[in-house]
Write a protein that binds this ligand. Structure first.
Ligand SMILES: NC(=O)c1ccc[n+]([C@@H]2O[C@H](COP(=O)([O-])OP(=O)(O)OC[C@H]3O[C@@H](n4cnc5c(N)ncnc54)[C@H](O)[C@@H]3O)[C@@H](O)[C@H]2O)c1
Length: 252
């Protein structure tokens, strides 16, 4: 029970990596606020409760200040404190800077990056009140290496890496740790639109060994295990760090 007594928010937890993180946190004793734009976040919370865990769903668009403020207020009202914030929600709409619509660029930055400014703005004062906390931001191998036709996404993930380090400096004295995770290709539908530009998911998978040295996609639970470590007191000396479960992508 590595998160016993902890209260955690996981954003983008209706499916994929966020769903796996919410379930992993709950397995280790956390009370979890599952949040997402999608109503199906309710299913994640229900699955946790059905297996003896504690979770509740709160619908929230993390790019909207008022909704984020309400999310934090709801968490404090429901569970009395906030210990762990996992900023996982993101979008991935492919295109070069020439192809991409300006609105898509802006929306990507709002959802992927501004959301972390907003959640930090409202969550950190509550963590300070509670005597500390852990923030886990979902970055990407693309925080270090670019990919063709992924301009807004790659830029957003680069920004998350530096925002993580910056926030770590500001709040280290408050016992708040801020770290990020930089996964390689994880087996969710997240990359499908990008893969379409290169012949589709199955075709891209044929050359997985050239892309990801471990020769397979990564399971959401493998990323959830890293999030669990960073969220827990086992990572008590880590802040401003980037952990890179990328199957060897950035070793090349
Ligand atoms: N899948 C990969 O290969 C991979 C690799 C590196 C990093 N990541 C990162 O992992 C995270 C999760 O990715 P995933 O593969 O699980 O994707 P996913 O699309 O399965 O899940 C993303 C979730 O975020 C939610 N979301 C999107 N916009 C939102 C908003 N404005 N407000 C609230 N929720 C919103 C979606 O509804 C969805 O449930 C992302 O930050 C992504 O950048 C994924």
């Amino acid at each position: 029970m590595r998160l016993a007594t902890k209260v955690a928010i996981v954003t983008g937890a209706a499916r994929g990596i966020g769903e796996a993180i919410a379930k992993r946190f709950a397995e280790e004793g956390a009370r979890v606020v599952v949040t997402d734009l999608r109503e199906t976040g309710e299913d994640t919370a229900k699955a946790i409760c059905d297996t003896g865990g504690e979770a509740v769903f709160f619908k929230c668009d993390v790019s909207q200040a008022e909704e984020v403020r309400n999310l934090i207020a709801f968490t404090i009202e429901k569970y009395g404190k906030l210990d762990v914030l996992c900023n996982n929600a993101a979008v991935n709409i492919p295109g070069s800077v020439v192809d991409l619509e300006e609105e898509v660029w802006d929306r990507t930055m709002e959802i992927n990056v501004k959301s972390m400014f907003l959640t930090g703005k409202y969550a950190i004062p509550e963590m300070i009140k509670a005597g500390g906390g852990s923030i886990v931001n979902m970055a990407s191998a693309n925080s270090f290496v670019a990919e063709p036709l992924l301009s807004a996404y790659v830029a957003s993930k680069g920004a998350i890496l530096m925002l993580t380090k910056q926030m770590a400096l500001d709040f280290a004295q408050n016992n708040i740790r801020v770290n990020c995770i930089c996964p390689g290709w994880v087996d969710t539908t997240f990359n499908d639109a990008h893969a379409e530009l290169f012949g589709g998911r199955e075709k891209v998978l044929e050359s997985i060994r050239d892309i990801q040295p471990i020769g397979r996609t990564i399971l959401p639970r493998e990323i959830a295990n890293v999030a669990l470590f960073l969220a827990s007191d086992e990572a008590s000396a880590m802040t401003g760090s980037a952990v890179v479960p990328d199957g060897g992508v950035t070793a090349k």
